[in-house]
Design a protein around this ligand. Structure first.
Ligand SMILES: [Zn+2]
Length: 349
């Protein structure tokens, strides 16, 4: 969804009841919830609603001058505080933030929210707002604050400027500075129900919406992005690996190594983790959680491998994930993984 003014369907009720109390609105909110459920989108749509001159049931009208400014990215009373790298990603190179336009920032954009971004707000606080309305700063993701910028934000929140609302967005609030947390009211966001997620995904034109949702843990936004980038809800190599293990003998098929070597290890580890969880569920007589469309092959392989061997492989994959992503020799590492997982699936035969 490219229009930041409209909430996702699973957010509308929460938004209306929250924005309905705007007369006694807190000056800093921490918006948190599960990854991939549209928290940043919620915060930006909320900012638009707070700035709208004729809100309808508390939500942005989409028509007034303020809404048009928000849509054009030039409302004087709205600031987005996000890492430069994210600003370039979201707005494209043709329409970056004013703060991200210098050559150095473009070449090597920061992944943190810099203290300068907070210092630049001081002038903004001293400028009158449009028609005496709100001033809204949306800060995301809050975990991109470093210690210095978090402390600078804390200083601002200790003596909040009048008519100003800060909306902070975080996946994991517990990773933020406790002193910062204590200055914010919390707003936990609802995740979409299975039906809401599926209906929305289908409305975006995604076929087999259920399968994509399964593969991305029920997150409609991650599922949508994946469906735009991939042919099937699992990577092609994973299905080929599954076929290879079902057909091969004692020796692991290493023909996938060249392809996988080019991917970040975290990526292939995660796909394998999901597949092995499905193998484990199959061993318990349950349906696949992630790849129901591979169910037949999963059942055959689970019966062949046996539960102990599958559990061991899950443990090994978990350890690999925890190790991080920097093997000294990518080729050796992927050969080792292919061999290790192949043996896990052959053990009982
Ligand atoms: Zn409006």
């Amino acid at each position: 969804m490219s229009d930041w003014l409209t909430f996702y369907p699973w957010q509308t009720i929460a938004a209306q009841s929250w924005l309905g109390q705007r007369e006694r609105f807190a000056h800093a909110w921490l918006i948190h919830g599960l990854p991939g459920t549209g928290k940043t989108h919620f915060a930006r749509a909320a900012a638009a609603s707070l700035l709208c001159e004729q809100p309808k049931q508390g939500l942005a009208c989409g028509q007034c001058q303020a809404c048009q400014w928000v849509r054009g990215g030039n409302h004087p009373d709205l600031r987005l505080l996000r890492p430069d790298a994210l600003a370039l990603e979201e707005d494209g190179a043709g329409n970056p933030d004013a703060e991200a336009t210098d050559a150095a920032a473009r070449k090597n954009p920061s992944r943190e929210i810099r203290v300068e971004q907070l210092r630049q707000l001081q002038h903004w606080f001293n400028t009158a707002t449009h028609r005496g309305g709100w001033r809204v700063a949306v800060l995301y993701p809050a975990q991109a604050l470093n210690l210095i910028s978090a402390n600078a934000l804390l200083k601002v929140l200790e003596e909040p400027p009048a008519h100003t609302v800060f909306l902070l967005v975080a996946d994991a609030p517990d990773r933020l500075l406790p002193t910062l947390l204590s200055r914010c009211r919390r707003l936990p966001l609802p995740a979409p129900s299975g039906v809401q997620a599926r209906d929305w995904l289908a409305q975006q034109g995604v076929e087999h919406a259920d399968q994509w949702l399964h593969a991305w843990g029920g997150s409609p936004l991650l599922a949508l992005r994946a469906s735009q980038a991939m042919e099937a809800p699992y990577p092609d190599w994973l299905a080929r690996w599954l076929d290879g293990v079902l057909q091969a003998g004692r020796q692991a098929d290493l023909s996938l190594a060249d392809e996988l070597e080019k991917l970040p290890p975290a990526q292939w580890i995660e796909y394998w983790q999901r597949l092995f969880i499905d193998l484990q569920l199959s061993g318990f007589g349950q349906g696949a959680r992630y790849y129901p469309s591979l169910q037949g092959r999963i059942d055959t392989l689970a019966a062949q491998a046996g539960p102990a061997s599958v559990a061991e492989a899950i443990k090994w994959l978990g350890q690999q994930k925890a190790l991080g992503n920097h093997p000294l020799n990518a080729k050796l590492y992927i050969h080792h993984a292919l061999d290790r997982l192949h043996q896990a699936c052959r053990r009982a035969s």
